[in-house]
Structures are given as C-alpha cells and as structure tokens.
Design a protein around this ligand. Structure first.
Ligand code: PRP
Ligand code: URA
Length: 206
C-alpha cells in the first residue's frame, strides 16, 4: 500500500510514548499532539514542488525555494483534530483551514457529520487531520465529503491507527496517508488497544 506511509521518526515516537501515558495532563496531551502533527506534516510535504521567492537577505538579493502556503487547506475533524490544526498552522502559518465536525456513535460506531465549513477547495491540497483511525469510519466520511469539492490532492495525517482502520481506508488509492503508528487491535467498544484512549476527551479535559 504505497499511499499509506508509517512515519518512522524517533522524535515522533518519543512524543507518542508520552501521549500514551494516561496520567499526562490535558495541556501536555495537546502539546504532544501538536508536536506529532508537525512531524507528520513535515514528512508529508518534504518533496513538494517549490515556488521561488525573491528575498533580500541582510547582505544580498536572491531567489529562494518556498512553499505556496495558501495552496494548503488544513481540515481538522472536530474535536480531537484541533490540536493537530494548531501544530500544522505553526509550520504553515499562511495555510487556510476548513472544519468538519464528525462524531461517531458510541454504541453503533457509525459516524455522523454535524457541521461542514470549508473554503473553496478547487485546485487546493487538502490536509485532513485527526489523531485516531479506529474503525476508519470518521476518516472515510471526511474523505468522501472533501472529494465532492474537487481538491487537487488529499493528504491525511493521523497519529494512531488500528489494522481494521487501515484496511478500511486502503480503498482510497488517491489519498496519501501519513500515520504515526499502527497499534494491535480494536476492543469491543471500538477503542484502539493500546492506543491513547479517547483523544478528544483527553485533549479537552472532559
Ligand atoms: C474520535 C477520533 C476520530 C474517531 C475515530 O472522534 O477523533 O474522529 O473517533 O474513530 P473511527 O475511526 O471509528 O471513526 P469522536 O467521534 O470520539 O469525537 P471527538 O473527537 O469529539 O471525541
Ligand atoms: N477514538 C478515540 O479517541 N480513541 C480511540 O481509541 C478510538 C476512537
């Protein structure tokens, strides 16, 4: 599955190990999610085509490689995607943001879209951010909504996935997935084991 990349980075692993600790304070949960999002984003964009910016350094003028930052639209899946949005916007401050509120039912594990607020995605690179791919249902839903808006490219950044979630998203051959780690399994309530627990609750102290 060439379009699904597990990002092998020791700084990411260090942050994810901290994030797994159930005693981590909410502020630190958000912080580690932000750090991991930055690493995933940097990996995802490392081979992007550059534009050239005319810049005057303190000593000379020159033309230098740069990213067309406003070509990127970061789309967090609420709630747990929000700290990832913050991390991505620190790396790409001129990127745009769009929002999808998707909630999975705790009994049926089926996802529902509650709110969609997206800028024009035509010709843009959309970067979906959500820490967890458990059944994969929420991400699947987000991708299908975004595809309707004809972006040029879709990238998904995710911190922890289950094998089942990976199987579910692998049908999207035209989406590039950058994942922190794949954990062992889902439990009978649809939580990733060992995972990080409920990402939204932990990030927002609820
Ligand atoms: C969590 C998580 C993902 C989803 C993953 O969100 O942030 O969006 O579950 O599960 P899935 O792959 O089985 O769909 P949740 O619906 O709990 O909402 P929250 O972020 O508001 O807590
Ligand atoms: N959503 C979470 O926040 N955590 C899981 O383990 C699964 C879904």
């Amino acid at each position: 599955m060439e379009n699904i990349k597990i990002v092998d980075n020791m700084v990411l692993k260090n942050a994810l190990t901290k994030l797994r600790d159930k005693n981590l304070k909410s502020s630190q949960v958000r912080k580690q999610i932000e750090i991991i999002a930055k690493i995933l984003l940097i990996e995802a964009l490392k081979n992007e085509n550059p534009i050239y910016a005319e810049v005057e350094t303190p000593l000379a003028k020159g033309s230098f490689e740069a990213l067309e930052e406003d070509k990127y639209v970061i789309v967090p899946i609420l709630r747990a995607g929000l700290p990832m949005l913050n991390g991505c916007l620190e790396v790409l401050p001129e990127a745009k943001a769009g929002f999808l509120a998707i909630k999975r039912d705790e009994e049926t594990l089926k996802s529902t879209l509650f709110y969609e607020r997206l800028p024009d995605l035509n010709g843009k690179t959309v970067i979906i951010v959500d820490p967890m791919v458990a059944t994969g249902g929420s991400l699947e839903y987000a991708i299908s909504v975004i595809k309707k808006h004809n972006p040029e490219k879709i990238i998904s950044l995710n911190i922890v996935a289950s094998p089942e979630g990976i199987r579910n998203i692998s049908k999207f051959k035209d989406v590039l997935f950058y994942i922190g780690q794949i954990d062992k399994e889902l439990n009978d309530k649809g939580y990733i084991i060992p995972g990080i627990g409920d990402a939204g609750d932990r990030a927002f102290n609820t």
